[in-house]
Design a protein around this ligand. Structure first.
Ligand SMILES: [Zn+2]
Ligand SMILES: [Zn+2]
Length: 336
């Protein structure tokens, strides 16, 4: 087998390289910069070109080689290339080919277009490793145009009542999508983690206010605040009162998830594939062997065996699903 699932991570012995390892290794290919996929301590890294600055921002001094999409590197005879995963900026599926055996490790992905990330590219392979974060039929996400309307209506409604709109989403991916969707003349203030992540991504910050200790309430009055999950329930949020609080996450499809977080509003916005997207992605690969990782592994694997008669198995990894409160640890803690 070209790929093995080991206790350090997904491993290709022939090329002696790991994909998104969770323990330090000598050579790591990183699908994207979220903290459950890109960890510190590896001797060398390979990632997509667009992940370079965000990886350096998050991981510090690393030895990093980058590759554009669809270009091949050869490691001990194994042809390796990166392809758009549509998850967040710079996210890649990893394709490995050796003596006619083709594997695709998709990392995290979504099939729906978000207007920001290069769309997911379906790839033919015999072995496909897929996530299953939202691998239940109840997960059916709206298109980004629809989301945009709902988000802007909510902000407008709050402003008319003199309320600030506080929108929660993680710093890499979600925050940029929220900002991209906002169509308002109101002032928009960013949590410093988001501001700094934007800067690392080359996302234009010129229109936004960066939160600092000098912040004065009158700067909004009313306005929009975009913050990460770490801000929720913290004294930091109090200074934006009166406000309404919204979460942007695939989990917002569940009423219980909104209630538990005391959210006034939940926007179903995800960087992962919904049920339909997962099915589409698996079908498009034509793979006879599918390895299901983080999420509803057993349900989705059983479904794939039954529905498509393919050899689908669950694989244990340390990847996490989409967190709203278990936000990626950032080098900078929120300022209180
Ligand atoms: Zn991710
Ligand atoms: Zn993940």
């Amino acid at each position: 087998m070209l790929i093995q699932f080991t206790n350090r991570g997904i491993y290709c012995p022939q090329a002696d390289v790991y994909i998104d390892p969770w323990k330090p290794v000598s050579k790591a290919i990183i699908t994207h910069a979220h903290s459950d996929h890109a960890r510190i301590g590896n001797s060398s890294y390979l990632s997509h070109t667009d992940s370079e600055s965000i990886l350096r921002y998050r991981l510090g001094e690393i030895s990093l080689q980058t590759l554009p999409y669809n270009e091949t590197v050869v490691m001990n005879g194994v042809r390796i290339s990166l392809h758009p995963a549509g998850h967040v900026i710079g996210s890649a599926q990893v394709r490995l080919e050796y003596q006619g055996e083709v594997w695709v490790i998709s990392g995290d992905y979504k099939v729906k277009k978000d207007g920001l990330t290069i769309p997911f590219e379906p790839l033919k392979c015999q072995h496909f490793v897929t996530e299953s974060t939202f691998g239940l039929p109840i997960y059916n996400f709206p298109e980004s145009d629809e989301l945009k309307i709902r988000l802007n209506d909510w902000v407008k409604e709050n402003a008319e009542r003199g309320l600030n709109s506080v929108i929660i989403g993680y710093a890499l991916g979600k925050a940029q999508r929220i900002l991209n969707a906002l169509e308002t003349d109101l002032p928009i203030l960013l949590h410093s983690t988001i501001y700094n992540t934007n800067a690392a991504l080359g996302f234009d910050n010129s229109r936004y206010i960066k939160f600092t200790q000098e912040f004065k309430k009158e700067q909004l009055n009313p306005g929009v605040v975009v913050a990460t999950g770490t801000a929720v329930g913290s004294p930091w949020l109090k200074r934006f009162e009166p406000y309404r609080l919204a979460f942007c996450s695939g989990w917002m499809q569940l009423r219980g998830a909104r209630r538990r977080r005391n959210a006034d509003k939940g926007f179903v916005m995800s960087d992962h594939a919904d049920w339909k997207g997962l099915n589409e992605a698996v079908e498009a690969t034509g793979a006879e062997n599918v390895y299901v990782t983080h999420g509803y592994k057993s349900v989705f694997a059983a479904w794939l065996r039954e529905r498509y008669k393919i050899n689908a198995v669950e694989v244990e990894t340390l990847f996490e699903g989409e967190g709203v409160e278990n936000e990626s640890p950032e080098p900078e803690a929120p300022q209180q």
